[in-house]
Ligand binder design. Structure first.
Ligand code: GLP
Length: 271
């Protein structure tokens, strides 16, 4: 595996498992370990969290693990909890069931009894979304930037809502969502892409690349072409996720379905 990794210009670790559930469990082992360590660090940086179907089983498993922690440890973890989500739709308040704020409340906030001030997202209903983006970035910067960043992958290669084309120096801002992304996310809007908001506030590549460590999680055959391009093509604006290949502390977590095209192409080298 290491020979392939260097030939792709990817500096990180790749963890691949056939079964997505097994993949989630070993990723959650790592997250749990990091959260345990946070208890002993006075100045832990905020966690960077993501939304999407890939993240659901991760949060469900994490919640069930944390519920097994001894109460004093759990209480002190929750007391010091500080996370910043990547993005939010413009025009959706945290009361809208379609918002990312509602997603986070459902899968993490409510089960862990985290208050909204600990589980932060951009305010999709801010009067001036661009100002809100600047404020959100400023708040994150004041707290030292992201420690551990969880990322999912868009079918068009976006991370957060950094839609192509997107440079590595983009910062937190308001973006227009592509037709492809609105289609990908329609599942949360009764299957209708037209109901998916046209704009969003997203952390930029800059804030993502400033994270201490990045965990990119990719599952399912629908991501196979994108993952192949990510690993096999040079970094470029056309594939925003590719910028993370330059990060020096990155782990890619993928199931076999998402690796189908990579394996087809490289199987002679793997032997
Ligand atoms: C949304 C989020 C991204 C996420 C992507 C993947 O577009 N803004 O941060 O990576 O969904 O979604 P899924 O996991 O549902 O495939």
């Amino acid at each position: 595996m290491s020979a392939l990794v260097s030939s792709w210009g990817f500096r990180g670790t790749i963890v691949a498992k056939e079964n997505p559930t097994e993949l989630v469990e070993i990723l959650v082992d790592v997250l749990e370990d990091r959260l345990r360590k946070r208890l002993f660090q006075m100045e832990s940086k905020p966690l960077g969290l993501a939304t999407g179907r890939t993240m659901q089983p991760i949060y469900t498993s994490l919640v069930s693990r944390l519920k097994d922690w001894p109460k004093p440890k759990m209480d002190s973890l929750l007391e010091g909890w500080c996370s910043f989500n990547l993005d939010e739709y413009v025009g959706l308040s945290n009361e809208s069931t379609d918002s990312f704020a509602a997603f986070m409340a459902q899968f993490l906030g409510t089960p862990l009894s985290l208050t909204p001030d600990k589980l932060r997202l951009p305010d999709g209903c801010a009067k001036d979304p661009q100002k809100e983006a600047l404020l959100y970035a400023e708040q994150l910067k004041t707290l030292g930037g992201v420690g551990i960043q969880l990322l999912g992958l868009g079918v068009n290669g976006h991370v957060g809502f950094n839609e192509p084309p997107c440079g590595s120096d983009s910062s937190c801002r308001v973006v227009s969502l592509s037709a492809e992304t609105r289609k990908q996310n329609a599942f949360a809007f009764r299957g209708d892409p037209h109901l998916v908001p046209r704009n969003a506030i997203t952390l930029g590549m800059q804030e993502i690349l400033d994270a201490e460590e990045i965990h990119l999680v990719v599952t399912g055959a629908t991501k196979a072409n994108t993952l192949y391009s990510l690993l096999n093509e040079p970094m470029s604006e056309c594939l925003p996720a590719s910028w993370i290949k330059q990060h020096n502390n990155i782990c890619l977590w993928c199931d076999y379905s998402s690796l189908t095209k990579v394996v087809q192409q490289f199987s002679p080298l793997c032997l």
